[in-house]
Design a protein around this ligand. Sequence first.
Ligand SMILES: Cc1cc2nc3c(=O)[nH]c(=O)nc-3n(C[C@H](O)[C@H](O)[C@H](O)COP(=O)(O)O)c2cc1C
Length: 160
Amino acid sequence: MADEFRPLKDAFGKFATGIAIATCVDAKGEIRALTINSFTSVSLDPALLLWCLENKTSAYAQFMEADGYALSVLGADQAALSNRFAGREPEPLSPDEFEIWETGAPLLKSRIAGFDCRIHRRHKAGDHVILIGEVVRFDSTNGAPLVYFSSNYHSGIQSK
Ligand SMILES: Cc1cc2nc3c(=O)[nH]c(=O)nc-3n(C[C@H](O)[C@H](O)[C@H](O)COP(=O)(O)O)c2cc1C
């Protein structure tokens, strides 16, 4: 069946983005990890960022009930991690793959930047929810990013 949204997806996809893994811990203490590219920085003071959660994803309830989340920004050689957490039932993270900061949400040990966030606001918007997070801790490195453009991964951008 033809995808009626293909032309709009193609147009949105002309805006190159990075890729991050969003993680949370649900009410049962289970970790959920999801590949996202809708990250946007919002504010410096206070430090706010956002990403958009699709309301049909199997991860929806877990991210909606969690009071925080973490984002791990992927480096150029981490396309396999992006694919791993883009499926319906992603394999669980093993304890040696992550660390926990303030909120309890896990950050991948391999990343070029990390953000630990408490939920600031949730806004329903069409078929997504905008999750605005207050950044309570972050870090960054000089690693080159994994880039997503026109439905494909790209690398090769140099970091200063
Ligand atoms: C490159 C890429 C970017 C994505 N960005 C987002 C995103 O920003 N928000 C989101 O909710 N899902 C995003 N997804 C989709 C999820 O990673 C995941 O594939 C989807 O939610 C699985 O849905 P399901 O559990 O219903 O199968 C992205 C997937 C890929 C491959």
